[in-house]
Design a protein around this ligand. Structure first.
Ligand code: ADP
Ligand code: MG
Length: 720
């Protein structure tokens, strides 16, 4: 039943004297004056506003400047929205039928302005009085040289009252359905105004520590909410926005930090206590090169984790070709030394096979058994492998997502390595952890770097390692952009490279929506390549998505062995293929690829000591964004820089997988524009967790209460 408003406000008032759950902020939205059950339903459905707090956090997306009063004589053809203040000197009804309108004159001592209404004339007649003072706001125009506003917003200025109402008016997003129920932007603004009047400072308690407020000159929370909705100036708005953005990021970083802390402190992890024969023998006899300092450092970080008795959950970021695989393998060997199995998950079948092969060859005679498990592993072989994983005979299982199927049972899985491809496969990772009673250690490696702010958000609960150094002797890949009318010259250049004994990739785009067209383009391209590079002098491999895994494998192998000089393919080779003798990467229709993809493809060359080239081929007509992408790629080889630029060009919403995973669900903060705030808030959150991990000290009480009240998705039982 609909109980009356007075009663409800009474309840609210009672509520807000009780701290915690029953605060006025959690009152259902229908209790707000002017809402009621029906509009409340709509607010819930259309805008996700369920409580007072939700409305409070329903931020305006812009403000209309009503801070200025303009003199009428200053209005000119360039004037947009104006606000004027004056007396009504005449009111007339003009015209007939559809031309009927009410015209009033407003005089402010500097000039006269016409106010015109075509609709609601009766109502306007009632509210307008000759000789009284009004504030009028609207879009200025001219009619017969007289300035005019049609359908202005009017407000009467009472004699003797202070001239109120000079402010920035908030504009809220709304929907057609809301508007139909009288819940347009202005009505929402009124509700917000009503709401804010209900609150006093204690209803919106501070949640940031005083010392942080002082250090960064942040507004208190109560003020910030008032000012973000109803600022008196732009300055006030910006202060409010900065404070609330900081809070938003800080709280999310505290939550992630608490998750990390919880894992570091309370999780159980297998202890890989010793470095044994496998590792030592591999290190002394099999390691084909000296590790880079970055590789050594990261291995140390990993060793510390896996020896700690807590579960490792680490993100390893390294550029393409920085040598992540060997770090993974050496970690696996420590696991084997301690009697544990490991798995190594790759995003594609080809890559899984590639890892399988290169790990087998790196291991050489070392008695460590490796198995491979993918979607296309034949049933009989699969059975054997499953037997081996269950008995513990197989120490390393490499594969695709097939590894996390329920049928795969490990005797003692100690370490899971995930080679990720910009997919933020959080769910998959989680599944992997649950395999055994004690979760295995997890190392997530990104195929190409992701921007730091994104990493802090998407993987903020993981520990973070970075490999910012390339193996020695690498030469930067020279990247050029060529128009397709220069194809003959490009092909001649490729012939020169092949003559020198090098190999070449030619890659065609793969867009899933138009698989048929892609395939046709690939075939056309293949014919063209064959015409330039005829047998028997030249041999070409081709790999694409329509081939069976075995066929792909054979073609890949021929190229890896050097039996073919040219590999024509779709993006199936995108991640991780390693043929050091390849020195040219020719990318057809390069404008159709995203930056990380292009960078990843380019990373297939420049792996040996030979000078390598990446040629981006496009037609002459290019979009501005495509031009930007290609330019960036030609300018730098640094994957970290490319990741940042990519984020700038595309915006956060477009990065694959981010939307579904909800990791960028910030109301105000923006991982591109607010990079600085991210860094600061992250550091402060880390400091707090270092010093006061249970958030129980005096100065963090405000934060503590807030976290207890807003437990978020990952409630943290340990503090309650
Ligand atoms: P990514 O980080 O892209 O996965 P890989 O692990 O595939 O890179 O390594 C790229 C290439 O660099 C491989 O051929 C690998 O053998 C080689 N490599 C890795 N580490 C070193 C090193 N420290 N010195 C020389 N070559 C290395
Ligand atoms: Mg790799």
């Amino acid at each position: 039943m609909y109980t009356d408003y007075f009663f409800r406000t009474y309840i609210c008032e009672k509520y807000h004297s009780i701290p915690g759950k029953n605060s006025i902020l959690s009152s259902p939205i229908e209790y707000l004056k002017g809402v009621g059950p029906q509009r409340a339903d709509l607010l819930k459905k259309e805008a996700g506003i369920f409580t007072f707090n939700d409305l409070l956090e329903y931020f305006p997306f812009r403000h209309i400047d009503k801070t200025q009063i303009t003199d009428i004589r200053d209005i000119n053809s360039g004037t947009d929205y104006v606000q004027v203040l004056g007396k009504i000197t005449s009111i007339e009804i003009l015209g007939q039928k559809s031309g009927k309108r009410l015209v009033a004159s407003l005089y402010d001592g500097t000039g006269e302005l016409e106010l015109v209404w075509f609709q609601g004339i009766n109502w306007v007649q009632k509210i307008l009085d000759l000789g009284r003072k009004y504030r009028a706001f609207g879009k200025a125009g001219f009619f017969m040289n007289t300035p005019q506003i049609s359908h202005p917003e009017m407000e009467e200025i009472l004699e003797g009252s202070p001239e109120k109402g000079l402010f920035l008016e908030p504009v809220y997003s709304t929907t057609e359905k809301l508007k139909a129920r009288n819940l347009g932007g202005r009505q929402i603004s009124k509700l917000t105004y009503t709401l804010l009047k209900l609150f006093s400072e204690k209803d919106i308690p501070e949640n940031l520590p005083d010392q942080i407020l002082a250090k960064y000159h942040l507004l208190n929370r109560y003020k910030a909410f008032r000012q973000i909705h109803f600022p008196a100036s732009l300055q006030e708005y910006m202060e409010a926005e900065r404070r609330l953005k900081f809070e938003e990021i800080f709280i999310s970083q505290i939550r992630l930090g608490l998750k990390r802390y919880k894992r570091h402190t309370f999780s159980k992890g297998w202890i890989f206590s010793k470095v044994g024969d496998y590792f030592i023998e591999f290190f002394n006899k099999n390691l084909p090169f000296e590790l880079t300092d970055a590789q050594k450092r990261v291995l140390k970080e990993i060793r510390k984790d896996i020896g700690s008795g807590r579960q490792m959950n680490r993100l390893l970021q390294g550029d393409v070709g920085s040598g992540k695989t060997i770090v993974a393998l050496m970690s696996i060997l420590i696991g084997a030394d301690n009697g544990f199995q490991s798995c190594f998950m790759a995003p594609t079948e080809i890559l899984a096979r590639q890892h399988f092969k290169s790990i087998q060859s790196l291991l050489g005679n070392l008695p460590v058994k490796v198995g491979i498990l993918t979607g296309s592993t034949p049933a009989k072989e699969k059975k054997e492998i499953l037997k081996g994983t269950a008995s513990g005979e197989i120490a390393i299982v490499i594969g695709t997502h097939a590894i996390i199927e329920d049928t795969v049972i490990f005797k003692n899985l100690g370490l899971a390595i995930v080679d990720e491809q910009h997919k933020f496969g959080v769910a998959q990772r989680a599944k992997l952890w649950e395999k055994n009673e004690i979760s295995p250690h997890v190392l997530v490696m990104t195929a190409t770097p992701i921007p730091r702010t994104l990493a802090l958000t998407a993987y903020g609960d993981l520990d973070y390692s970075i490999m910012d150094e390339m193996p020695p002797g690498r030469q930067a890949v020279t990247t050029v952009h060529r128009m397709d009318y220069t194809r003959p010259q490009v092909m001649d250049f490729i012939k020169d490279e092949i003559r020198k004994g090098r190999q070449v990739y030619i890659v065609y785009p793969l867009i899933e929506e138009s698989a048929k067209l892609d395939f046709e383009n690939l075939m056309k391209g293949y014919e063209e390549v064959k015409a330039f590079f005829p047998e028997p002098q030249y041999h070409i491999s081709m790999v694409h998505g329509r081939q069976k895994a075995a066929q792909k494998q054979v073609n890949m192998e021929r190229f890896i062995k050097g039996d073919t000089q040219i590999m024509v393919s779709t993006t199936v080779i995108e991640v991780g293929v390693n043929v050091p003798n390849a020195s040219v990467m020719l990318i057809e229709s390069a404008e159709k690829f995203g930056l990380p993809q292009l960078h990843q493809l380019r990373g297939r060359v420049g792996r040996g000591s030979d000078k390598s080239y990446c040629i981006l081929m496009t037609s002459v007509r290019l979009s501005a964004d495509a031009k930007k992408r290609l330019k960036i790629l030609c300018a730098t080889n640094d994957g970290f820089q490319i990741a940042e630029k990519d984020l700038e060009i595309r915006g956060p919403g477009d990065i694959e997988g981010t939307r579904q995973s909800g990791i960028l669900d910030f109301k105000l903060a923006n991982i591109i524009g607010d990079k600085k705030i991210f860094e600061i808030a992250r550091n402060e959150a880390e400091n707090i967790i270092d010093q006061d991990p249970l958030i129980s000290s005096e100065e963090n009480l405000a934060l503590r209460s807030f976290l207890l009240l807003h437990k978020g998705k990952n409630s943290w039982s340990m503090i309650s």
